[in-house]
Design a binder for this molecule. Structure first.
Ligand code: HXC
Length: 510
């Protein structure tokens, strides 16, 4: 019996060594942790249950029968993050470059199936040379199986991808279908075709970092949601994110203890809006001042900065925040900000996370770049996302809410539940100057007359009361009372039930 137990431990020890000391040292020299070190940091101490430790590939080409490492280049299983279950796979670059064989893919599929069945998030730590070249089409089939599960799991359990090394070719499409992608600066990259192919086909000279590094994907392409300095920071931040999310679409998000009075009054908010309506202010200040303990988890911080998206808690409960940022492009809606916010709204709705929308939007950004880029379709994504969402929706207009953008940004007309406005709000078809220039074109030569017309328009429309008279705004509130009012609004909506008509699925303008 003792011998059998020892054999088990010996086999485990060999599996845990991964690709051996030299390759582990090479991994560390690149500033990267190993697959197992990453898991140890991600899950609560001692909580990891590994599966398929002894799985090996079945390839017999290219001498592969002589090289059958236990685990086949990926560590899989489940553990807990602050006591809540998560399924994890972590590719081991020290074993055959973390390349994906049929059996490697099957290990990932197994835990994805378990995650969907048992209702827990999947966190994938990607560090792989891609399809295992020796296996050919078997490897591609394995990828296809993973892709199919990504699609089936979408909206069922949260899926999080961490890119912690190479991720190239078709392999990028598994992370691309997950809810959040996080990258590590300088040690990770994602691209469909690498720099060499790019040079051959298009004559462009580009480095791997420029083509698909963390900066590219968080600032230009928006493929990734955030980039972190190193593995440790990335893992710590994913643990923080998990605390905001429900385990599946069958559960509500977790409720945490909170140490911040729901009726906290913030007198400083009364002076947040500058006297001059064209002077910007930082909408993040409002977010931080209403959130429990000023804790805000921002998503896509470095992309489309005219729109802010992220998670806060109110009375310990997760709330998704969508907010115009007047500091950038005056808070205009455009292609990028509409896409960014639409995806975020849909994530929240899929996982029953209530939505808070903070509005200061002068309209859609004009111009040929926007029109040729399809701002009509992209803006419609946000409109569609708000209109189909059935979660509790609360909004606050702080200043401008003009034209189509007023309707798009969680207006009453899209089934928003509670719509507040600050007294500084201006809710109208357009700004006073633009409006008078159209209405009184014949008087444009007379600046005095135009000034008088503008002042009259401002008097009539640059306030929240016309909308409030019609019930489109439920109440005009004092800025200092915002936290209290929205906490109470969400509390009143905890029993909300709203269902869309049956359909196979909708046809959101993609
Ligand atoms: C088998 C691989 C491998 C792969 C790396 N290795 N990639 N083995 N299949 N795809 C092995 C190497 O042979 C090496 O083994 C070890 O992993 C480490 O690789 P190195 O090249 O020494 O590491 P590094 O210098 O850091 O370079 C990493 C790399 C490079 C840039 C990822 O390995 C590389 O270019 N690999 C090939 C990438 C690729 O073309 N993959 C297929 C893409 S197509 P030893 O024994 O020497 O340590 C694809 C399609 C997916 O993925 C389609 C899905 C639908």
């Amino acid at each position: 019996m003792k011998d059998i137990l020892r054999e088990l431990e010996d086999r485990r020890a060999i599996a845990r060594l991964g690709g051996g000391e030299t390759r582990v040292a090479a991994q560390h020299a690149k500033g990267k942790l190993t697959a197992r070190e990453r898991i140890d940091l991600l899950v609560d101490e001692g909580s990891f249950e590994e599966y398929d430790t002894f799985v090996t590939h079945r390839c017999t080409d290219f001498g592969m029968e002589e090289n059958r490492p236990a685990g086949d280049g990926v560590v899989t299983g489940w553990g807990t993050v602050n006591g809540r279950m998560v399924y994890v796979f972590s590719q081991d670059f020290t074993v055959l470059g973390g390349s994906v064989s049929a059996t490697h893919a099957a290990k990932i599929c197994k835990i994805m199936d378990m995650a969907m069945q048992n209702g827990a998030p999947v966190i994938g730590m990607n560090d792989s040379g891609g399809a295992r070249i020796q296996e050919g089409v078997d490897s591609l089939a394995g990828y296809g199986e993973v892709f199919q599960r990504n699609i089936m799991a979408s909206g069922v359990v949260p899926q999080i991808s961490m890119i912690m090394g190479p991720c190239a070719g078709g392999a990028v499409y598994s992370p691309a279908m997950t809810d959040f992608i996080f990258m590590v600066k300088d040690s990770s990259y994602m691209f469909v075709t690498g720099p060499d192919v790019v040079r051959t086909v298009t004559n462009e000279q580009v480095t791997a970092e420029e083509l698909g590094g963390a900066s590219t994907h968080t600032k230009k392409s928006s493929v990734a949601d955030a980039a972190f300095e190193n593995d440790v920071e990335a893992i710590t931040e994913v643990r923080r994110l998990i605390d905001f999310l429900p385990s599946s679409n069958r559960e509500k998000p977790p409720v945490r203890p909170f140490f911040d009075a729901p009726d906290r009054i913030e007198p400083s908010l009364d002076t947040l809006i500058p006297d001059n309506p064209n002077v910007p202010y930082d909408m993040k200040e409002l977010i931080l001042k209403v959130a429990d303990e000023a804790d805000f988890y921002e998503i896509q911080e470095n992309f489309a900065k005219n729109m802010i998206t992220g998670f806060i808690r109110l009375e310990g409960q997760t709330v998704g925040v969508v907010a115009n940022q007047p500091m950038v492009l005056a808070g205009c809606l455009d292609i990028d900000s509409s896409r960014k916010a639409a995806r975020f709204v849909r994530f929240c709705d899929a996982f029953e996370i209530p939505l808070l929308t903070l509005i200061d939007v002068p309209g859609f950004l004009p111009g040929t770049t926007q029109e040729y880029g399809g701002v009509i379709k992209h803006g419609a994504k946000l409109l569609f996302a708000y209109g189909e969402a059935t979660v509790p929706k609360v909004s606050v207009i702080t200043r401008k809410a003009y034209g189509g953008a007023y309707v798009v940004m969680d207006s009453k007309h899209l089934r928003s539940d509670v719509n507040y406005a600050w007294p500084t709000s201006e809710i109208a078809v357009m700004g006073a100057k633009g409006a008078t220039e159209i209405l009184y074109r014949s008087e444009l030569g007379d600046p005095e007359k135009i000034a008088a017309r503008t002042a009259h328009y401002e008097d009539r429309f640059a306030n929240p009361f016309v909308a409030a008279e019609r019930g489109f705004i439920d109440e005009v509130i004092q800025p200092r009372m915002t936290r209290k009012r929205i906490c109470r609004a969400f509390a009143s909506l905890r029993g909300k039930k709203l269902q869309n008509p049956w359909k196979k699925h909708d046809n959101i303008p993609l």
